[in-house]
Design a protein around this ligand. Structure first.
Ligand code: ATP
Ligand code: CA
Ligand code: CA
Length: 414
C-alpha cells in the first residue's frame, strides 16, 4: 500500500496497472485475429511482441490517460493455442479480460504479488517475479505437452504471459484460471502444502473477512479430515498423483492445493437467519464481505457454464455427480463432501503457485531452515520429497474415503 492508501506495485498505482494491461491485452488479442490459425512451431514459444502506448494514441493503439507504457506479449500464438485447447473463443477472452474493470484481491502470500480477478470470475491475473516469468517461458512447451494429452487436471492453466513496462519498471503478469468462485460464500479457505513448518495463518490473515488458512489450521479445524465418496476420493487422489508427477518432472515445488469450502447446511442456516432479520425490519446483506456480482456473472452462474472447458473441480478430476438443483445460486462443478459433523460441503480446488523451480531456489534458504528445523517438515525440500509428502498429506490427513455420502447416520441427500 502506497501513500494515501492507494495500492501500489513497484510504486505504480494498481488502478493504473489494471487499466493499462486491459488496453495491452485488448490490443494483443485484436492483433491475433489477422494471424491465421496454424500448427504450433517451436519458435512460437520464444516470440515476444512489444507495443508502445503513447498518450495521444497511434495508428494501432488508442489514446489513454494513464502514464505512457510498453506492453509485451509473450508467445502469443502459443497461448492462443492453449486457450483454444480449453475452448476459450478469442471474443470471450477479450470480453472477460477487457469489458469490465478488474477486481483486486487481497493476497495472503508473502511474495507481494498482486492478484486481479476478471469481473465474470473466470480468470486471475497474477504479478510474478522476473525469474518466475522466465521459468514459465521455458516450461511452456513441456507443460502443454502434458496438458494437451490430458486437459483434465488440477494443474494451473496459463492463458497469457505479459509484461507491462512503465518508467523503466517491469510488471510481469500471468493470466490463469480462477479456482474459487466469488458468487458463493466460501465458509473456509485453505492453502495446503503438506508441511507443518510455520504453516499457520498469521494474525492479520485471520482477521480478514475471508481468511486463507494453512495446514496446521486445517488439522485444527478438521481433525478427522473431509469425507469423500469412494469414487470421488479415488478420482481426486489419482489426479493429484498424476499432476504431482508432472510437477516433479520439472523439479517444481512449493506449490499448494487451494481448497475453498462452501458449507450448504451453514448457508441454509444463514439464509434462514437473514430472513428472520429482514422480517424484523433489519437490513439484509446476503454475502457479507464478498464483492457484489455483476449482471454477467449472475447470468453465467444461472447458465451453469464455465467459459474455460474442463476446469471445474469435478471436471478436473474426471468425476461426475448429480447437479444440485435446490441451490440455484451455487456455481457448477464443486466436489460434494461432508465434514465430521455430517454437514454437506461443496469443494472448489486446484493446485497453485507452481512457478518456483528447485534449480532457481536460493540454496541458502534451504540450508538455513533445515539447520534450525527437522529436515522432514521444512517446506523447502527436494521436488520428489515435496511431491510425496504433499500427496500423503492430501490422501491421508485432508481427504478421507467413505462408502457413501448418504450414510444412514448422515441425514439428507447431497
Ligand atoms: P507465496 O509465494 O508467498 O506463497 P504468492 O504471491 O506466490 O505467495 P500464491 O501462493 O500463488 O501467491 O497465491 C496466494 C493466494 O492467492 C492463494 O492462497 C489464494 O488465496 C489466491 N490464489 C492464487 N491463485 C489462485 C487461483 N488460480 N484461483 C483462486 N485464487 C487464487
Ligand atoms: Ca504460495
Ligand atoms: Ca509464490
Amino acid at each position: 500500500v502506497g501513500e494515501g492508501g492507494e495500492i501500489t506495485y513497484k510504486k505504480i498505482q494498481s488502478s493504473q496497472i489494471m487499466g493499462s494491461i486491459q488496453l495491452g491485452i485488448q490490443h494483443a488479442i485484436g492483433g491475433l485475429a489477422s494471424k491465421p490459425e496454424r500448427d504450433l512451431l517451436m519458435q512460437d514459444f520464444m516470440t515476444v511482441e512489444t507495443t508502445n502506448f503513447p498518450h495521444e494514441g497511434s495508428n494501432h493503439t488508442p489514446a489513454h490517460h494513464y502514464s505512457e507504457f510498453k506492453f509485451k506479449t509473450y508467445a502469443p500464438i502459443a497461448f492462443r493455442y492453449f486457450r483454444d485447447l480449453f475452448g476459450i473463443q478469442p471474443d470471450d477472452f477479450l470480453m472477460s479480460m477487457c469489458s469490465a474493470p478488474l477486481r483486486e484481491l487481497s493476497n495472503p502470500g508473502a511474495s507481494g504479488s498482486i492478484f486481479y480477478l476478471t469481473n465474470d470470475d473466470e480468470f486471475i491475473i497474477k504479478t510474478v517475479q522476473h525469474k518466475e516469468g522466465e521459468f514459465l517461458q521455458k516450461l511452456l512447451p513441456g507443460y502443454y505437452l502434458n496438458l494437451d494429452q490430458n486437459p483434465r487436471t488440477l494443474l494451473p492453466k496459463f492463458f497469457g504471459l505479459y509484461c507491462y513496462q512503465c518508467n523503466s519498471k517491469n510488471v510481469r503478469l500471468v493470466a490463469m484460471n480462477n479456482i474459487l468462485p466469488s458468487s458463493v460464500k466460501l465458509h473456509q479457505k485453505y492453502d495446503l502444502k503438506g508441511s507443518t513448518y510455520k504453516r499457520k495463518a498469521n494474525k492479520s490473515e485471520r482477521q480478514k473477512s475471508s481468511p486463507t488458512y494453512k495446514d496446521l489450521d486445517f488439522m485444527d479445524h478438521h481433525p478427522e479430515g473431509i469425507f469423500l465418496e469412494a469414487d470421488t476420493y479415488t478420482a481426486l487422489t489419482k489426479t493429484m498423483q498424476r499432476d504431482c508427477r508432472v510437477l516433479e518432472s520439472f523439479k517444481i515445488m512449493d506449490y499448494s492445493l487451494l481448497v475453498g469450502i462452501h458449507n450448504l447446511d451453514e448457508a441454509q442456516r444463514e439464509k434462514t437467519e437473514s430472513r428472520k432479520r429482514t422480517d424484523s425490519g433489519q437490513s439484509d446483506d446476503e454475502t457479507e464481505g464478498e464483492p457484489k456480482r455483476s449482471g454477467l456473472n449472475r447470468t453465467r452462474s444461472i447458465n451453469r457454464q464455465r467459459l474455460v472447458a474442463h476446469s471445474t473441480a469435478m471436471e478436473s478430476i474426471q468425476a461426475e455427480s448429480e447437479p444440485i438443483d435446490e441451490e440455484e445460486d451455487v456455481p457448477p462443478g464443486g466436489i460434494p463432501a461432508r465434514n465430521a459433523r455430517g454437514e454437506r460441503l461443496l469443494l472448489f480446488l486446484g493446485i497453485i503457485d507452481i512457478l518456483q523451480s528447485y534449480r532457481l531456489r536460493k540454496k541458502l534458504e534451504h540450508t538455513w531452515k533445515s539447520m534450525i528445523h527437522d529436515g522432514d517438515t521444512v517446506s523447502v525440500h527436494r521436488p520428489s520429497f515435496y511431491a510425496q509428502r504433499f500427496l500423503d498429506f492430501m490422501a491421508k490427513t485432508v481427504f478421507k474415503k467413505i462408502p457413501s455420502l448418504d450414510l444412514p447416520e448422515i441425514k439428507g441427500n447431497h
